[in-house]
Design a protein. Structure first.
Length: 314
Protein backbone atom coordinates (compact mmCIF):
# COMPACT_ATOMS: atom_id res chain seq x y z
CA UNK A 1 0.00 0.00 0.00
CA UNK A 2 1.28 3.46 -0.92
CA UNK A 3 2.44 5.60 1.99
CA UNK A 4 1.70 9.30 1.45
CA UNK A 5 2.54 12.06 3.94
CA UNK A 6 2.64 15.85 3.85
CA UNK A 7 5.61 17.59 5.43
CA UNK A 8 5.20 21.15 6.71
CA UNK A 9 8.64 22.73 6.88
CA UNK A 10 10.04 26.01 8.08
CA UNK A 11 11.68 27.75 5.09
CA UNK A 12 15.13 27.22 6.59
CA UNK A 13 14.43 23.48 6.76
CA UNK A 14 14.08 23.08 3.00
CA UNK A 15 16.88 20.82 1.84
CA UNK A 16 18.81 21.22 -1.43
CA UNK A 17 16.95 18.12 -2.60
CA UNK A 18 13.59 19.80 -1.85
CA UNK A 19 14.59 22.85 -3.88
CA UNK A 20 15.96 20.76 -6.75
CA UNK A 21 12.72 18.74 -6.95
CA UNK A 22 10.59 21.90 -7.17
CA UNK A 23 12.90 23.36 -9.82
CA UNK A 24 12.67 20.16 -11.90
CA UNK A 25 8.85 20.13 -11.77
CA UNK A 26 8.59 23.82 -12.70
CA UNK A 27 10.91 23.45 -15.68
CA UNK A 28 9.01 20.34 -16.85
CA UNK A 29 5.75 22.32 -16.62
CA UNK A 30 7.20 25.13 -18.74
CA UNK A 31 6.94 27.66 -15.92
CA UNK A 32 10.38 29.01 -16.69
CA UNK A 33 13.68 29.35 -14.82
CA UNK A 34 12.36 31.87 -12.33
CA UNK A 35 14.34 31.36 -9.13
CA UNK A 36 17.75 29.79 -8.53
CA UNK A 37 18.34 27.58 -5.50
CA UNK A 38 20.70 30.22 -4.05
CA UNK A 39 17.92 32.77 -4.41
CA UNK A 40 15.46 30.60 -2.49
CA UNK A 41 17.96 30.27 0.36
CA UNK A 42 18.42 34.04 0.37
CA UNK A 43 14.69 34.82 0.28
CA UNK A 44 13.71 32.23 2.86
CA UNK A 45 16.15 33.65 5.41
CA UNK A 46 13.75 36.45 6.43
CA UNK A 47 10.27 37.99 6.03
CA UNK A 48 7.92 37.50 4.27
CA UNK A 49 9.04 33.94 3.63
CA UNK A 50 10.01 33.33 7.24
CA UNK A 51 6.24 33.55 7.85
CA UNK A 52 5.49 30.99 5.15
CA UNK A 53 5.06 27.26 5.50
CA UNK A 54 6.28 25.25 2.51
CA UNK A 55 4.44 21.95 2.21
CA UNK A 56 6.06 18.95 0.53
CA UNK A 57 4.09 15.85 -0.49
CA UNK A 58 6.05 12.61 -0.09
CA UNK A 59 4.94 9.26 -1.55
CA UNK A 60 6.84 6.14 -0.49
CA UNK A 61 9.79 8.31 0.46
CA UNK A 62 9.84 10.28 -2.83
CA UNK A 63 8.85 13.95 -3.21
CA UNK A 64 5.88 14.31 -5.55
CA UNK A 65 4.42 17.78 -4.86
CA UNK A 66 4.82 21.20 -3.25
CA UNK A 67 3.02 24.42 -2.36
CA UNK A 68 3.95 27.50 -0.34
CA UNK A 69 2.05 30.60 0.84
CA UNK A 70 4.05 33.74 1.61
CA UNK A 71 2.69 36.67 3.59
CA UNK A 72 3.02 40.32 2.62
CA UNK A 73 1.93 43.18 4.85
CA UNK A 74 -0.10 43.17 8.06
CA UNK A 75 -3.41 41.32 8.39
CA UNK A 76 -4.72 43.88 10.91
CA UNK A 77 -8.07 45.27 9.75
CA UNK A 78 -8.07 42.97 6.75
CA UNK A 79 -4.77 44.19 5.31
CA UNK A 80 -1.98 42.04 3.92
CA UNK A 81 -1.85 39.36 1.26
CA UNK A 82 -1.14 35.65 1.48
CA UNK A 83 0.29 34.69 -1.90
CA UNK A 84 0.06 31.00 -2.79
CA UNK A 85 2.85 29.89 -5.10
CA UNK A 86 4.38 26.90 -6.85
CA UNK A 87 1.47 24.53 -6.28
CA UNK A 88 2.48 21.51 -8.30
CA UNK A 89 2.24 17.73 -8.31
CA UNK A 90 4.46 15.75 -10.64
CA UNK A 91 2.50 14.54 -13.63
CA UNK A 92 2.40 10.77 -12.98
CA UNK A 93 0.78 11.36 -9.57
CA UNK A 94 -2.00 13.73 -10.61
CA UNK A 95 -5.65 12.80 -10.29
CA UNK A 96 -5.06 10.61 -7.24
CA UNK A 97 -6.00 13.07 -4.49
CA UNK A 98 -2.44 13.91 -3.42
CA UNK A 99 -2.68 17.50 -4.65
CA UNK A 100 -5.80 18.11 -2.54
CA UNK A 101 -4.04 16.82 0.57
CA UNK A 102 -1.04 19.06 -0.08
CA UNK A 103 -3.36 22.04 -0.69
CA UNK A 104 -5.41 21.42 2.45
CA UNK A 105 -2.27 21.19 4.59
CA UNK A 106 -1.18 24.59 3.27
CA UNK A 107 -4.67 26.13 3.53
CA UNK A 108 -4.76 25.38 7.25
CA UNK A 109 -1.72 27.61 7.78
CA UNK A 110 -3.16 30.72 6.07
CA UNK A 111 -4.02 33.92 7.90
CA UNK A 112 -7.64 34.23 6.74
CA UNK A 113 -7.71 37.96 7.67
CA UNK A 114 -5.44 38.54 4.67
CA UNK A 115 -6.45 38.69 1.06
CA UNK A 116 -5.57 35.33 -0.49
CA UNK A 117 -4.01 35.36 -3.94
CA UNK A 118 -2.35 33.14 -6.54
CA UNK A 119 -1.45 32.93 -10.22
CA UNK A 120 -3.42 30.14 -11.89
CA UNK A 121 -2.93 28.26 -15.11
CA UNK A 122 -6.03 28.60 -17.26
CA UNK A 123 -7.39 25.08 -16.73
CA UNK A 124 -7.39 25.50 -12.92
CA UNK A 125 -9.38 28.76 -12.74
CA UNK A 126 -12.76 27.11 -12.20
CA UNK A 127 -11.40 24.99 -9.36
CA UNK A 128 -10.00 28.03 -7.54
CA UNK A 129 -13.28 29.89 -8.06
CA UNK A 130 -14.98 27.24 -5.91
CA UNK A 131 -12.62 28.34 -3.12
CA UNK A 132 -13.76 31.96 -3.36
CA UNK A 133 -10.99 33.34 -5.58
CA UNK A 134 -11.86 35.48 -8.60
CA UNK A 135 -9.80 36.37 -11.71
CA UNK A 136 -8.43 39.93 -11.70
CA UNK A 137 -5.96 40.05 -14.59
CA UNK A 138 -3.96 37.92 -17.04
CA UNK A 139 -0.18 37.54 -16.79
CA UNK A 140 1.62 37.23 -20.12
CA UNK A 141 5.23 36.16 -20.24
CA UNK A 142 7.57 37.46 -22.95
CA UNK A 143 11.14 36.81 -24.03
CA UNK A 144 12.79 39.74 -25.83
CA UNK A 145 16.30 39.84 -27.35
CA UNK A 146 18.61 42.30 -25.60
CA UNK A 147 19.78 43.66 -28.95
CA UNK A 148 16.20 44.42 -30.01
CA UNK A 149 15.49 46.40 -26.82
CA UNK A 150 18.68 48.42 -27.21
CA UNK A 151 17.89 49.24 -30.82
CA UNK A 152 14.21 50.09 -30.28
CA UNK A 153 14.39 52.06 -27.02
CA UNK A 154 17.76 53.83 -27.30
CA UNK A 155 16.23 57.26 -27.81
CA UNK A 156 13.13 57.92 -25.72
CA UNK A 157 12.17 61.53 -26.36
CA UNK A 158 9.43 61.58 -23.72
CA UNK A 159 11.72 60.55 -20.88
CA UNK A 160 14.80 62.73 -21.38
CA UNK A 161 14.07 64.59 -18.12
CA UNK A 162 14.05 61.30 -16.21
CA UNK A 163 17.16 60.41 -14.21
CA UNK A 164 17.96 56.73 -13.64
CA UNK A 165 20.28 55.62 -10.84
CA UNK A 166 21.29 52.24 -9.40
CA UNK A 167 19.46 51.51 -6.15
CA UNK A 168 22.69 51.59 -4.11
CA UNK A 169 23.05 55.28 -5.06
CA UNK A 170 19.45 56.08 -4.17
CA UNK A 171 18.27 54.01 -1.21
CA UNK A 172 15.25 51.79 -0.71
CA UNK A 173 12.91 53.91 1.43
CA UNK A 174 11.28 55.95 -1.35
CA UNK A 175 11.13 52.89 -3.60
CA UNK A 176 9.14 51.03 -0.93
CA UNK A 177 6.66 53.92 -0.69
CA UNK A 178 6.28 54.00 -4.47
CA UNK A 179 5.84 50.22 -4.62
CA UNK A 180 3.19 50.33 -1.88
CA UNK A 181 1.14 52.95 -3.73
CA UNK A 182 1.07 50.82 -6.87
CA UNK A 183 0.78 47.32 -5.41
CA UNK A 184 -1.61 48.23 -2.59
CA UNK A 185 0.37 46.40 0.11
CA UNK A 186 3.62 47.26 1.94
CA UNK A 187 6.42 44.96 0.78
CA UNK A 188 9.43 46.46 2.56
CA UNK A 189 10.75 43.17 3.96
CA UNK A 190 10.29 41.43 0.64
CA UNK A 191 11.95 44.19 -1.38
CA UNK A 192 14.93 44.26 0.97
CA UNK A 193 15.47 40.62 0.07
CA UNK A 194 14.43 40.78 -3.59
CA UNK A 195 16.69 43.72 -4.49
CA UNK A 196 19.71 42.06 -2.89
CA UNK A 197 19.42 38.67 -4.58
CA UNK A 198 22.76 37.36 -5.87
CA UNK A 199 23.41 38.50 -9.45
CA UNK A 200 20.57 41.03 -9.34
CA UNK A 201 20.44 44.72 -10.32
CA UNK A 202 17.94 47.45 -9.46
CA UNK A 203 17.57 50.89 -11.05
CA UNK A 204 15.34 53.75 -9.89
CA UNK A 205 13.86 56.47 -12.13
CA UNK A 206 13.18 59.93 -10.72
CA UNK A 207 11.78 63.13 -12.20
CA UNK A 208 13.27 66.62 -12.00
CA UNK A 209 11.81 67.06 -8.51
CA UNK A 210 13.53 63.93 -7.25
CA UNK A 211 10.30 61.93 -6.94
CA UNK A 212 10.35 58.24 -7.81
CA UNK A 213 8.50 57.60 -11.08
CA UNK A 214 9.58 54.03 -11.71
CA UNK A 215 11.95 51.20 -10.87
CA UNK A 216 13.11 47.90 -12.31
CA UNK A 217 14.72 44.79 -10.83
CA UNK A 218 16.67 42.37 -13.01
CA UNK A 219 18.19 39.08 -11.87
CA UNK A 220 19.87 36.00 -13.26
CA UNK A 221 17.69 33.05 -14.27
CA UNK A 222 18.33 29.45 -13.31
CA UNK A 223 19.98 28.42 -16.57
CA UNK A 224 21.71 31.78 -17.25
CA UNK A 225 20.12 31.92 -20.70
CA UNK A 226 17.88 34.83 -19.73
CA UNK A 227 17.94 37.75 -17.34
CA UNK A 228 14.61 37.99 -15.53
CA UNK A 229 12.87 41.37 -15.22
CA UNK A 230 10.43 42.13 -12.42
CA UNK A 231 9.02 44.10 -10.91
CA UNK A 232 8.95 46.87 -13.48
CA UNK A 233 6.72 49.68 -12.19
CA UNK A 234 6.53 53.14 -13.75
CA UNK A 235 4.33 56.17 -14.22
CA UNK A 236 4.31 55.79 -18.01
CA UNK A 237 5.14 53.45 -20.88
CA UNK A 238 7.98 55.79 -21.89
CA UNK A 239 9.65 55.50 -18.48
CA UNK A 240 9.18 51.73 -18.56
CA UNK A 241 10.90 51.67 -21.96
CA UNK A 242 13.83 53.70 -20.62
CA UNK A 243 14.24 51.34 -17.66
CA UNK A 244 14.12 48.32 -19.99
CA UNK A 245 16.81 49.94 -22.12
CA UNK A 246 19.03 50.48 -19.06
CA UNK A 247 18.58 46.81 -18.08
CA UNK A 248 19.32 45.60 -21.60
CA UNK A 249 22.38 47.83 -21.86
CA UNK A 250 23.78 46.46 -18.59
CA UNK A 251 23.09 42.88 -19.72
CA UNK A 252 24.87 43.49 -23.01
CA UNK A 253 27.87 45.13 -21.31
CA UNK A 254 28.27 42.23 -18.88
CA UNK A 255 27.58 39.56 -21.54
CA UNK A 256 25.35 37.91 -18.93
CA UNK A 257 22.53 36.86 -21.29
CA UNK A 258 21.11 37.50 -24.74
CA UNK A 259 17.45 37.86 -23.73
CA UNK A 260 15.24 39.49 -21.12
CA UNK A 261 12.26 37.53 -19.78
CA UNK A 262 9.35 39.38 -18.17
CA UNK A 263 5.78 38.69 -17.06
CA UNK A 264 3.34 41.53 -17.72
CA UNK A 265 -0.07 41.95 -16.07
CA UNK A 266 -2.86 42.65 -18.56
CA UNK A 267 -6.39 43.90 -18.04
CA UNK A 268 -8.06 45.56 -21.02
CA UNK A 269 -10.05 47.90 -18.78
CA UNK A 270 -7.02 49.10 -16.77
CA UNK A 271 -3.78 48.88 -18.80
CA UNK A 272 -4.72 47.98 -22.39
CA UNK A 273 -1.53 49.42 -23.93
CA UNK A 274 1.04 47.52 -21.86
CA UNK A 275 1.47 44.31 -23.83
CA UNK A 276 0.30 45.91 -27.05
CA UNK A 277 3.48 47.98 -26.90
CA UNK A 278 5.71 44.95 -26.37
CA UNK A 279 3.97 42.89 -29.04
CA UNK A 280 3.94 45.72 -31.58
CA UNK A 281 7.49 46.89 -30.88
CA UNK A 282 9.09 43.45 -31.08
CA UNK A 283 6.64 41.32 -33.03
CA UNK A 284 6.55 38.81 -30.22
CA UNK A 285 3.78 36.82 -28.61
CA UNK A 286 3.41 35.58 -25.06
CA UNK A 287 5.02 32.21 -24.35
CA UNK A 288 2.90 31.58 -21.25
CA UNK A 289 -0.33 32.92 -19.76
CA UNK A 290 -1.54 32.68 -16.17
CA UNK A 291 -4.34 34.45 -14.33
CA UNK A 292 -3.97 36.42 -11.09
CA UNK A 293 -6.80 35.61 -8.68
CA UNK A 294 -7.85 37.11 -5.31
CA UNK A 295 -10.59 36.47 -2.79
CA UNK A 296 -10.37 40.15 -1.69
CA UNK A 297 -8.81 42.57 -4.16
CA UNK A 298 -6.10 44.93 -2.81
CA UNK A 299 -6.13 48.56 -3.90
CA UNK A 300 -3.54 48.18 -6.66
CA UNK A 301 -2.79 50.50 -9.61
CA UNK A 302 -2.47 48.15 -12.55
CA UNK A 303 -1.83 50.81 -15.19
CA UNK A 304 1.61 51.39 -13.62
CA UNK A 305 2.57 47.70 -13.48
CA UNK A 306 4.62 46.63 -16.49
CA UNK A 307 6.08 43.43 -14.99
CA UNK A 308 5.33 41.48 -11.84
CA UNK A 309 8.16 40.06 -9.71
CA UNK A 310 7.65 36.50 -10.88
CA UNK A 311 4.80 34.01 -11.26
CA UNK A 312 6.31 32.28 -8.24
CA UNK A 313 6.44 35.32 -5.98
CA UNK A 314 3.67 37.72 -6.96
Amino acid sequence: MANFVVQRKAPQELSPEDVEAVKKWCLAEGWGPYVRPDDISHLYSGPPFIQSCPVIGVLDGERIGHVVASKYGDSTNGGGVQYIAIFIVEKPQRGKGYGLKIWNAMWETLDKNCSISLDSVVNMISKYETMGLQPEWTNREYIIPVSAIMQKYKMSENSRNILVKPLNEFGLEKVVLYDTLICGIPRKDFLEKWTTLPASHTWVATNESGNVVGYIVMRQGVDKEDMLVGPLLSDSIQIAQKLLYIAAEATDAQKSAERLRMTMPVCESENPNATHTIENDFGTKAILETVRMYNKKPNYCLNKMFAICSPGFG
